[in-house]
Design a protein around this ligand. Sequence first.
Ligand code: KG4
Ligand code: ZN
Length: 333
Amino acid sequence: MLTLGIETSCDETAVSVVRDGREILSNAVSSSVHLHREFGGIVPEIASRCHVEFIGYVLKKALREAAVKDTDIDLIAVTQGPGLVGALLVGISFAKALSLAWDVPFVGVNHIQAHIYATIMGLTPKFPFIGLVVSGGHTNIFLVRDFDRLRLLGHTRDDAVGEAFDKVAKMLKLGYPGGPVIEKLARKGNVKNITFSRANLGNNLDFSFSGLKTAVLYYMKKNPKAKVADVAVSFQETAVDMLIEKVLLASGNNRLKRIVVGGGVSRNERLKDKLKKEAAQRGIKVFFPAAALCLDNAAMIAGLGYRLSKKGINSDLTLTAVPNLTVGRKDDQ
Ligand code: KG4
Ligand code: ZN
């Protein structure tokens, strides 16, 4: 069964063809990130306009690379939220138009759930496990019982971790997006030169990254001649440690020996190495996504859409964008 995935929640216009929810035949992405750079963050209207302009081409590319015809597609999956409302509406309208034109069903997918699915889509997943979603918009810990059964255990009370990387990079005049540049620069810094204090939220599983961001700001004001690489490595180390502490606590509390990480920040090698090492000492196995599936992509949307449809979940033409779509807030999920 072939699923066409469509993802337009932020600045990536992405279309993918996936067979049976796990075999990626194509994963086409066109990003407008270069147009947002001068603003130091995503400009929603520019993102929406780019989606409208490029989505038709990205569709053609995805079908061509998968070597399939439009008549071969059995299901369309589209991101319903969370994300930028104008950006989401482009993908949803496009999905509805294709569904009507091709006469195939379509299903709305939660972007956060899909980031976790991205990591397990090639595997035979063993539920339950602890899910950690770390991206530009989200920092969440879940108890994952099935593809669509997640219980939120903790979340950020202010900035997402990727957002903190982006804001600190802006402060240090390193450009956008901040994650990759900070990671690269951090390799040249000495972590022992600066210590940033960490937010102490006690024994719960919530995060707070805005204090760390402010600590970097004050440090730079006080020490304008500080080596930027030292600031980058100490910031990164602190952010990574905060994630590791809470996700290990979550797996300990729930006696689960598997952690699945997803989202843009899962690209970070320091996070990957340190979490894997610390988890291994506790007998915990950690899974990270393939490089092409860390950042926003439509393969994860197609894959999860297929799983939902197998459970009898489909959407109708009233589906609309939900910019603050949540997941797993109820205890019974
Ligand atoms: O998942 P994603 O593409 O978009 C959202 O759903 O938000 O994640 C983008 C975020 C950005 O904040 C970016 O700075 C961060 O992921 N990121 C990284 C790295 N690569 C991307 N953060 C830390 N280290 C990286 N190597
Ligand atoms: Zn994302």
